[in-house]
Each structure stands twice: as structure tokens, then as C-alpha cells.
Write a protein of this length. Sequence first.
Length: 294
Amino acid sequence: MKKQGGLLFQAGKVILILLLAVAGFFYFGESCWAVDHIVISEVQIYPTENRFIELYNSNNFPVDLTNWYLQRKTQSGASFGSLISKTYFEGKIIGADSYFLISRASMENADIVLSGLTLTESNTIQLKDSNGEIIDKVEWGLAPEDGKSLERKDDGSWQTSQNVGGTPRAANSSGFVAPPPPPPPAEEPETPPSPPPSQEEEEEEQEPSSAEATEGEEEITETYKLGDVVINELVSDPTDEEVEWIELYNITSEEIDLAGWTIEEGSGAKTNLSGILGRSGKEKFFIIEKLKGN
């Protein structure tokens, strides 16, 4: 009986070790899976006082964000710097299938309020966990028009929010729908050809005056209609360390030379322009900084 009891005791120890190993395995797997399902879901850059970053947890359980942090890098920066330090995430928890809001000014249900939250155009931000592992990273170029946010779609791509103010702590919108392009101008009726000159008119034809342009010296003047170039975006009241700027956009499919063009401010101050608005891609955009006037 003593020998049999010893065998039972040894078998029990083996079963207990196996149970602990299996339990530990599933706990470890759950933690890794949680990390992969927290994303940066929305970012609003302008206006400055309404800046925010939204995180989303698609897991069916909450995640402790203690010792997590966010970093930021500018287009000209060589490395990432601190955006939101570990201190602000201390004791913070993002609920299951829930959002976590970080705002510059006090917003309804904001989880972190940081008055120095800095986001500008051509930035990259990355979210890291308590082990320093990158959980998600987002980069962008030009910011959406003032008041709208960048929203993450279900397929992982990004869009401009449908409405001003974005969708903080809520499901993202269906996206901004661009207005249809203006209709092409109506074709002008062809001018009927002039009748041939009579013999008397030919005889009375005079030599061209010196004021008339000679052959090969005819001046070519480009003409544009209202709406060919539009103001696509502007910052009229920048914060400290930023400048006032306007972005132009070429609606047409042709290059437009801005030589001789001006932008006139309400006070009458004019800024002379130069450069080329391209016919496709990024070349269709043109940014003017430090305009004259107030």
C-alpha cells in the first residue's frame, strides 16, 4: 500500500505541473494577442485647440496601459522624441472594444489631457508598450482641411473625416466625399468665315503699320477662368513657432505658371507669386508661406 500511494503522489505531481504549464501558455498567448489589437484609430491636427489622438482596443477584454508611451518624429527629424510619456499612462486602462482619448484641451470623456500636445503636417507617431515594443505607427503628409480629422478605415487605410471635429470616442465616419468637378465650359459657336475681299478692297489694302506685330513676334497670352485655381487649405491664425500659409490647388489638367499672379489680403497688402502649378499628383498643390499683411 505504501508503494502504491507513492506512485499516486508522483502521478499527481506530474498532472499538476502539466496543468500549470498549459495555464501559463494560454495566458502568455492572450497577452500577445491583446498587443496586436490596439491601434491608433484617429488623429486631429487642426485647429490646434481641438487636437486629439484616439486609440481603439478591438479585444474582448480590457488592457492595462501602465508604462505605455507615444513618440513623435517630424519630417526633418533624425529620430523619435517623446510625445506622451509613461507618466500620463500610469494606471490607465482601455476597455474591451473601447476607445481611449488623448486631447490637447479638455474634451468630453478625455482619458488624458495634455496642453502641450503637438502635431503638425508631415509627422510620424508610434505607440509603444511597457516593453518598448512598437504596437502601432502612423504617418501623414498634408493635414486635412481645418477642423477635420484623419480616420482609420476597417482595411487599415486612412481617410478624411466626413464632418468637422471628427468622431472622438465613437465609430469613424464613412469618410469625406469630394464634390464633383465643375462642368466643362460651354462651347462657343463657330464664327462664320468672312467673305473674300472685293477687288477694290484688295487694291486699297495698306501696308502694315509699325505698331503691328511682325511675324515670329506674336505674343501668346494664357487665359484662365474662375475656378481653375482654388485655395484648398489655409492657416490664418498660426500658433507659436508656426507660420501663416495658404495652399493652392490646380483644378485643370495643364501646368499653370504663377508668374505675375498675386494674393491680396483684406487690408490691400499683396503677395507676388512665382512658380509652377503642375498638372498631376503632388505637383498640383502649391504652398505660399509668410504672406504680406496682418
